[in-house]
Design a protein around this ligand. Sequence first.
Ligand SMILES: O=C(O)[C@H](CS(=O)(=O)O)OP(=O)(O)O
Ligand SMILES: [Mg+2]
Length: 233
Amino acid sequence: METRFLAIAELVEAPSAAVVVDVMRAFTVAAWAFAQGAEKIVLAKSLDEALALKARHPDWVALKDGPLATGFDTVNSPGVLRSVDLGGRTVVQKTTAGTVGALAVKEASLVLCAGFVVAEATARLLRTRGCGSVTFVVTGDDGRADEDLACAQYIAQRATGAGADAAEFLRRAAESRAAAELTEGVRQGAHPDDVALCLELDRFPFAMVAALEDSLMVLRPCAVPSLTDEASI
Ligand SMILES: O=C(O)[C@H](CS(=O)(=O)O)OP(=O)(O)O
Ligand SMILES: [Mg+2]
């Protein structure tokens, strides 16, 4: 498997397979939304689109990063989301980096959204799909966010069958600027447990696949074969 690591601005053509990584916090939040029962997540292009979708579908749950704002139901925080019952609900998510990254590769044949909480399931899905070439989109800080790069490199190593010791990758994420900003309260709409929740390796057994549905980019959880099943594929 050939792997490359690009910032959003470096994406010039649609990759065949893309893994969009946002550890802090968009795709940790997305995974928690599914764990709390959400059926799907619509990745909105803009705050206006998120609000328009919410107006059209009042039962949908709209969230954005930063502080809670008028018209939105909640914030981009795993610590907040983990105590919200989202059974059967549709979530609309708009964030600064993660959702933008996923929309930038919407034409790719396979789009996975990932963080450490779904790392192994994501790597396993890449392996079982037999992807020859995978583009990892490092969403944060114009591609320099070390929590996203570390997670992307870890998933890439797991996907290519190379044994990878997670500890060093998690240490880099724990020492990233995003982690410091969340801990110090620079980033708003945060819960004290957010950093710890973003660093929970393989908290969930599913991967997350995004695809266009009626012109909207929709993220859904995807069960992946267990290690035993994989051995017999
Ligand atoms: O909510 C987040 O952590 C960030 C927003 S910001 O960098 O704090 O402005 O958004 P994300 O797209 O989840 O990285
Ligand atoms: Mg981020």
